[in-house]
Design a protein around this ligand. Structure first.
Ligand SMILES: *Cc1c(COP(=O)(O)O)cnc(C)c1O
Length: 395
């Protein structure tokens, strides 16, 4: 879909060049920011021609912007998608896509361990007459049982958060084909560097571009990528509801995307090193990382992914207090939600993202008191490991 200028189309090259015109405004090397709310027509006839599809251009800021389009085409090229659409956040991509595709009396299945607000939104859909079933990402029997004639969508993430479970996409796609379902995968944790779900027959891929795609912890955006017809349906919806990405954010996203391959390769490598370090550490009880041979989905991850991603979760051999002390003793990562940026970030899910659940409720979904999520940045991994070692020695 995007211009390829005859430039070789391997992933890292696409990240730099895809979606961009070779000749830009005023001979500019970098794609300009079209910071405008509306667009001008030379005549009423021109407007009529534009509406008939006979004249290219833009109409009004809510319907699309040239800077946004470059960012969309760049990510679409990385995912191997026909089309893409950006939003003001990952959650606006999730909610708009689901609302655009579902009608009352239909049913959606959501695989477990999905982003918490995505799960909450799916349960809100009940208010609009859309029913939802949650099943564990690895429970294929429960998944098959959950499918009914009204089922329209199966929504999943891979790798999941915070346990980094990896969904067998071949298996999910064949189930989807058998029942004529739309398979939607939130691929935020994988990034198109490590996994391209559309190549496996997934229908739509969603990203929180706030994370790896932007990559610098300085913007919020989200997107949906897939076939032209599906994306056009979501675009029609967005034209009305208006959760658009703004031109400046689009510019920052384009800038971030150019280094995506470099950053993710570094993050893959560092997270793997940290997982190996933690795996043999006497004060660590359990490490969740799909690159470790002991991880329940290691074989699937090895088969379908080009890298295991930049997040490692682990459980400290101690109690809630000891874990909190260890997390607070970390000097390099910031204590903050989010992931995928150049700065390492650590979270204690029991205190942070799941603060509002009782201990029993948390344990039911595997959020133990001792669980720590470490989202690796691009710092030198030896420094990260030394820092972790020092923090764990406080236990
Ligand atoms: C962060 C995140 C989201 C939500 O994205 P925002 O940009 O924060 O709205 C959705 N899915 C996953 C997997 C995420 O990590």
């Amino acid at each position: 879909m995007s211009e390829d200028h005859g430039i070789p189309a391997r992933t890292a090259t696409r990240a730099v060049h895809a979606g961009e015109a070779r000749h830009k405004f005023a001979g500019s090397l970098i794609n300009p920011i079209s910071q405008t709310a509306t667009y001008v027509f030379d005549s009423l006839d021109a407007f009529t021609q534009f509406k008939a599809g006979d004249l290219e251009g833009y109409e009004y800021g809510r319907y699309g912007n040239p800077t946004q389009q470059v960012a969309e085409q760049k990510i679409a090229a990385l995912e191997g998608a026909e089309a893409g659409l950006l939003f003001s956040s990952g959650m606006s991509a999730v909610t708009s896509t689901l609302l655009a595709m579902l009608s009352s009396d239909e049913h959606i299945v959501i695989l477990g361990d999905c982003y918490r607000q995505t799960v909450r939104f799916c349960h809100m859909l009940a208010r609009y007459g859309i029913s939802v079933t949650s099943v564990a990402a690895w429970d294929w029997e429960a998944l098959a049982r959950s499918i009914r004639p009204a089922t329209r969508i199966v929504l999943t993430e891979s790798p999941t958060n915070p346990h980094l479970r990896v969904v067998d996409i071949d298996r999910l796609v064949s189930l989807g084909r058998e029942h004529d379902l739309c398979i939607i995968m939130d691929s935020t944790f994988a990034t198109p560097i490590n996994l391209r779900p559309l190549e496996y027959g997934v229908n739509l891929v969603i990203h929180s571009a706030t994370k790896y795609l932007g990559g610098h912890n300085d913007l919020m955006a989200g997107g949906v990528f897939g076939g032209e017809t599906d994306v056009a349906a979501v675009r029609e919806f967005q034209r009305v509801t208006g959760a658009i990405v703004d031109p400046l954010t689009s510019f920052l996203l384009i800038r971030g995307l150019k280094t995506l391959a470099l950053r993710v390769e570094r993050q893959n490598h560092s997270a793997m090193e940290m997982a190996l370090f933690l795996d043999q550490h006497p004060r660590i009880r359990l490490v969740h990382h799909p690159g470790l041979p002991g991880h329940p989905d290691h074989t699937v991850a090895e088969r379908q992914m080009d890298g295991y991603g930049g997040v490692v979760s682990f459980e400290v051999d101690g109690d809630l207090e000891a874990t909190r002390r260890a997390v607070e003793a970390l000097r390099i990562p910031y204590l903050a939600p989010s992931l995928g940026g150049v700065e390492s970030l650590a979270t204690h899910p029991a205190t942070m993202s799941y603060y509002d659940l009782s201990r029993e409720e948390r344990l039911q979904i595997g959020i133990t008191d001792e669980l720590v999520r470490y989202a690796v940045g691009i710092e030198d991994v030896s420094d990260l490991i030394d820092d972790l070692d020092a923090a764990l020695s406080r236990l």
